[in-house]
Design a protein around this ligand. Structure first.
Ligand code: SF4
Length: 279
């Protein structure tokens, strides 16, 4: 029988303020509820876990302003979240935000299957909702699921709260000129990102450092980051989507990463989900 979220949402449209029933779950808003954008099944489209099937839990809301952001619809906290009604069906129901961890877990369970590699908590920015992300990651982990966190690493303090629940962390390092902020803010952001990477690496989390590069990215910018980068399992040079970063430039940038972190860990991987037209 096709598993479906329909049973959980058929009361949502008649929901009143503050409390509404979702199937067997009664939802009460609490401070640890989360603002989500969508939950669905697809394939990881970036980095060394490319092609692994995942359940994506996308939170809404991110304060950074990356010039290449591809999740513009989820930069603000959304009024509602769309839940895929069955794995890969691309049929969705809308649920008003915020959502309880229990409800999100029930939805993830409906998508869980032996062919699923892990649950990706992504955004928006998960660290901007630390209470919710911490509880969600802990619950997923206690259910035996592999937890993959995708984060911009904006807060070491927030990351350290949830690190114990994370199996795989894909942490961005934002190069100068890729975020709309002052030089001092960019410097602080990089410090936090590198601190998150260090903590993840030291705690046995499979750690991926992701660096989006532009056609104009200067080699010395990457050199500086790589000099300060702790040991990682993978450093991914990701050419920005929609622009042409030359092969020569990518060879030079990968060379820098390889010299500092090892040729087996330094890789160039574009965003494949866009190339394949997937979510
Ligand atoms: S951190 Fe991610 S979600 Fe936030 S603005 Fe940058 S690319 Fe977009």
């Amino acid at each position: 029988m096709e598993r479906s979220t329909a049973a959980y949402v058929n009361h949502a449209s008649t929901a009143g303020e503050g409390s509404w029933r979702l199937g067997s779950l009664t939802r009460q808003s609490t401070s640890s509820d989360g603002f989500l954008g969508e939950i669905f099944t697809s394939f990881q489209g970036e980095g060394p876990l490319l092609g692994r099937r995942q359940v994506f839990v996308r939170l809404s809301g991110c304060s950074l302003g990356c010039i290449y952001c591809d999740t513009g619809a989820y930069l603000r906290r959304t009024d509602s979240c769309r839940l895929e009604t069955a794995p890969g069906s691309r049929r969705f129901v809308e649920i008003r935000n915020p959502l309880s961890v229990d409800l999100v877990i029930e939805c993830v369970k409906l998508h869980a299957a032996p062919e699923v590699h892990s649950v990706s908590i992504t955004g928006g920015e998960p660290l901007e909702q630390p209470g919710f992300t911490e509880t969600l990651a802990g619950e997923l982990k206690s259910l035996g699921m592999t937890v993959y966190l995708e984060t911009n690493g904006c807060s070491f303090d927030m990351f350290s709260r949830i690190a114990e629940h994370i199996d795989i962390a894909a942490i961005d390092v934002k190069l100068p000129g890729t975020v709309r902020c002052s030089a001092a803010q960019c410097e602080s952001l990089v410090e936090n990102e590198l601190a998150c990477i260090r903590l993840a690496s030291e705690n046995g989390i499979y750690t991926i450092a992701k660096i989006v590069v532009l056609p104009e990215t200067a080699e010395h910018e990457l050199e500086r980051i790589c000099r300060e980068m702790p040991s990682v399992d993978a450093i991914v040079i990701q050419p920005v989507s929609g622009q042409s970063v030359s092969e020569l430039k990518l060879l030079a940038l990968q060379g820098i990463a390889a010299r500092h972190l090892g040729a087996d860990r330094a890789m160039v991987i574009p965003q494949m989900h866009k190339a394949l037209g997937m979510m």
